[in-house]
Design a protein around this ligand. Structure first.
Ligand code: KG4
Ligand code: ZN
Length: 340
């Protein structure tokens, strides 16, 4: 519908400068500048390098999103930005830019939660979110199970990782296997040539009755196995067996959470949701349990600006109050705070 508000979304919580533009739940543009190439040789994201790269990329990423959407600045009705959680310096660049755009254009500002945005983005692909839904968010920075009665108003944390995030485990195991950073896609690819049952790696916290995760024991078990095997190690088998251990626990706990809370819709988001085995096993187990699975396409699972714009549009639609222009960037913003 042409009369729905046009929202510009800015994401800078990690290494991606993401700018998205939506009209209501319709995606008009999703532009990304990544500084990953500058971090790869360090084997992880370097916060100061990321902040500088955001600063360099911001204005041109916004302009190319506008061009792609065929819009002008004057068409923007609101600006949304990731206010946290994330890297403090990186967040600051996005928040400062969003304030400047909102002030300059005379439109409201919405400072939003990065995790809630990972949930809201699915609406761009699969329509309005069922209320409630259960969300499994798995990325390099977070592994969380969330009960989402209403993504504009109420998000409840049911469990999270007690040590490494799922994506972090993929990245660390990839390093042990001599695969490049970020490791998730490389493990995914290598695993296709291997067997997920070749090695019985531990399933941390799988049967402890909580909805929390732990991946550091698994990571250590893989490192020990690789060390013991020496030159004879089968990278595809280790990759597949490690991946199977991660996705087994993730899907088991996600379905357990659905059962406990009587929720019939599971959404998976975050970079690890791009994992082919996670998508396949989640589908299989959801089908068996009568749960409807929603997973955005991989480009919307990894960090992007469209997810921020999507949450901004949802907040506008719900009549949420805009943010004060004095809002801070909050690197440890709790998931229960959807907008600041
Ligand atoms: O959501 P994201 O882009 O950024 C963060 O907020 O962290 O997630 C990045 C993470 C990295 O750890 C990366 O290795 C992982 O997502 N990842 C994958 C796959 N694609 C990306 N992990 C497993 N399988 C994949 N196909
Ligand atoms: Zn993320």
């Amino acid at each position: 519908m042409a009369d729905q508000p046009i929202v510009l979304g800015i994401e800078t919580s990690c290494d991606e400068t993401g700018v998205g533009i939506v009209r209501g739940h319709t995606l008009l543009a999703d532009t990304i500048a990544s500084s990953m190439d500058e971090h790869a040789r360090f084997g992880g994201v370097v916060p100061e390098v990321a902040s500088r790269a955001h600063l360099d990329a911001m204005a041109q990423t916004v302009e190319s999103a506008l061009t792609k959407a065929g819009l002008r600045f004057a068409d923007i009705d609101a600006v949304a930005v990731t206010a946290g959680p994330g890297l403090a310096g990186a967040l600051l660049v996005g928040v400062a830019a969003a304030k400047a755009y909102a002030l300059g254009l005379g439109v409201p500002l919405y400072g939003v939660n990065h995790l809630a945005a990972h949930v809201a983005v699915d609406q761009l692909e699969h329509g309005p979110l069922p209320k409630p839904c259960l969300a499994l968010l798995v990325s390099g920075g977070h592994s969380s199970l969330l009960l989402v009665p209403d993504v504009a108003k109420d998000v409840i944390s049911l469990g999270s990782t007690v040590d490494d995030a799922a994506g972090e485990a993929f990245d660390k195991v990839a390093r042990v296997l001599g695969l490049p950073f970020p490791g998730g896609p490389h493990i995914d690819r290598a695993a296709r040539e291997g067997s997920g049952t070749a090695i019985a790696f531990p399933r941390g916290k799988a049967d402890d009755g909580t909805l929390d995760f732990s991946f550091s024991g698994l990571k250590t078990a893989v490192a020990r196995y690789v060390e013991r095997s020496g030159a004879g190690v089968s990278v595809p088998d280790v990759a597949a067996s490690f991946q199977e251990a991660v996705v087994d626990v993730l899907t088991r706990k996600a379905l357990e959470a659905c059962a406990r809370h009587g929720v019939e819709h599971l959404l998976i988001g975050g970079g690890v949701a791009a994992n082919s085995r996670l998508r396949a096993l989640a589908q299989e187990r959801c089908d068996a349990a009568g749960i409807t699975l929603r997973v955005p396409r991989p480009g919307l699972c990894t960090d992007n600006g469209a997810m921020v714009a999507a949450l901004g549009a949802t907040l506008l639609e719900a009549g949420a109050a805009p943010s004060d222009l004095a809002i801070p960037a909050d690197s440890s913003l709790p998931i229960t705070t959807i907008n600041v």
